[in-house]
Design a protein around this ligand. Structure first.
Ligand code: NAD
Length: 420
């Protein structure tokens, strides 16, 4: 997203580069690297969809299973005009390490369709989703590969996938996707799980750095599911969310935005733009605002070598996947920012997806507070494990998280005897 004169590095390049840093620190040999670094399975599909005007439009879709070493592949489905195979491979790779960091029994996967859902009707989205679900049917299943929501997909999309899959079996199989509506076997707390998990890791980081959340200044790039929930919890804990953005623009108030009102405004108008008592600023100004906590919660490569120098924050909480490039990391580290890496920071979503899958398999559903308590324990204990590696081994928080995740996948692979 940032404009740069440097050769543009893809998200997958960044994922591979960060893998090597952690694998070097772990001293992994080339046999293990060859077994765990690359996607196990890639499916590319062509989706002809009848549009409302009667035309047939074709969309490209993907499903990548990066790893099944520790359990079924697990990962979201993204609908966005920028979806490419390269991006889906990167996201699937990060899912593998993420599930291992929070120690849930899944591998990593991801899917996506290159489309612009904002320009499609509900009926067109439903037809495209059902076509996509049929196309990836050979890969998915509650014991094989379990999709979930990601950017511009939601519980309704998951309901359509669950229905399409179940139709082929002749009976309902809720465990094939997570992030479903509650009435179809979804879990209480799943919708806000990613943002809530981000908040718990921010609490842990703030405690470690002795920065009080009360009175801190927060900037959120990407006021969607993950970003708005994190903002709301920080606001409820007396932080000042001074700026927020989405794909249409950025809003700012030096005294703090009214977050419940901003959520309503976004729900009503589809954007943060035009919020009462706010000034409009540019995306670059937003990233450069002096603050205590910066939450990039939009897409990959938001902070790179060209703009990281302008970032003035104490904590970067990566709600998004891959928002900081390796070049951006080097600059943030030099400038003393504490980064809570994506595979730890936003792992709350997949953790509650795991809770949902467990509840579906057991046909026994938990109360919301039970979900929050379990999530808080998982997020805070995972944060503590990553922090310990960061401090003991004197590596960045990102390398520490990758060492924890990659180390667990390497061990599982070794114990399964998958390599000589
Ligand atoms: P979402 O679709 O609910 O929200 C994304 C938001 O980002 C939207 O408000 C959109 O307008 C905004 N956005 C898009 N481009 C932007 C830009 N250039 N500048 C500023 N804002 C921009 O999606 P989400 O589920 O909240 O996902 C956001 C990030 O969090 C993604 O990187 C996703 O992979 C990651 N994530 C999501 C989950 C989950 O459970 N939803 C879990 C883990 C990670």
């Amino acid at each position: 997203m940032a404009v740069s004169n440097q050769a543009v590095k893809s998200a997958y390049d960044s994922a591979m580069e960060n893998f090597d840093l952690a694998a070097d620190a772990l001293g992994l040999d080339s046999n293990v690297r060859n077994m765990i670094k690359y996607p196990e399975r890639i499916l590319e599909v062509s989706l002809p969809v009848r549009m409302d005007d009667g035309r047939i439009q074709r969309f490209d879709g993907f499903r990548v299973q990066h790893s099944t070493a520790r359990g079924p592949a697990k990962g979201g489905i993204r609908y966005h005009p920028g979806v490419t195979l390269d991006e889906v491979k990167a996201l699937a790779t990060w899912m593998t390490w993420k599930c291992a960091v929070v120690n849930i029994p899944y591998g990593g996967g991801k899917g996506g369709v290159t489309c612009n859902p904002k320009e499609m009707s509900q009926n067109e989205l439903e037809r495209m989703t059902r076509r996509y679900a049929s196309a990836i049917l050979p890969l998915i299943g509650p014991d094989q590969d379990i999709p979930a929501p990601d950017v511009y997909t939601n519980s309704q999309v998951m309901a359509w996938i669950m229905d399409t899959y179940s139709m082929t079996k002749g009976f309902p199989i809720p465990g094939v996707v997570t992030g479903k509506p509650i009435s179809l076997g979804g879990s209480l707390g799943r919708n806000e799980a990613t943002g809530r998990g981000v908040f718990y890791t921010i609490q842990s980081a703030a405690e470690h750095l002795r920065i009080p959340i009360k009175g801190s200044k927060v900037v959120v790039q990407g006021f969607g599911n993950a970003g708005s929930v994190a903002a709301h919890l920080l606001d409820s804990n007396q932080a000042y969310v001074i700026a927020a953005s989405d794909s249409r623009g950025c809003v700012y108030n030096s005294k703090g935005l009214d977050i419940p009102k901003l959520m309503l405004h976004k729900e009503k108008t589809g954007s943060v733009v035009g919020m009462a008592n706010s000034e409009t600023i540019t995306p670059q100004q937003l990233l450069s605002l002096p603050c205590d906590i910066l939450v990039p919660a939009a897409l990959e490569n938001a902070v790179d070598g060209s703009n990281a120098g302008a970032v003035k924050t104490k904590i970067v909480a990566e709600a998004a996947n891959g928002p900081v490039t390796p070049e951006g990391d080097t600059i943030l580290e030099k400038n003393g920012a504490f980064v809570i890496p994506d595979i730890l920071c936003n792992a709350g979503g997949v953790t509650v997806s795991y809770f949902e899958w467990v509840q579906d398999e057991q046909h026994l559903f938990w109360e919301a507070q039970d979900v929050y308590n379990r999530l808080e324990r998982v997020m805070k204990s995972s944060f503590a494990e990553v922090l310990k590696i960061h401090l003991d081994r004197k590596v960045s928080m990102r390398t520490a998280a990758n060492m924890l995740g990659i180390g667990r996948v390497a061990e599982a692979t070794r114990l399964r005897g998958l390599y000589p």
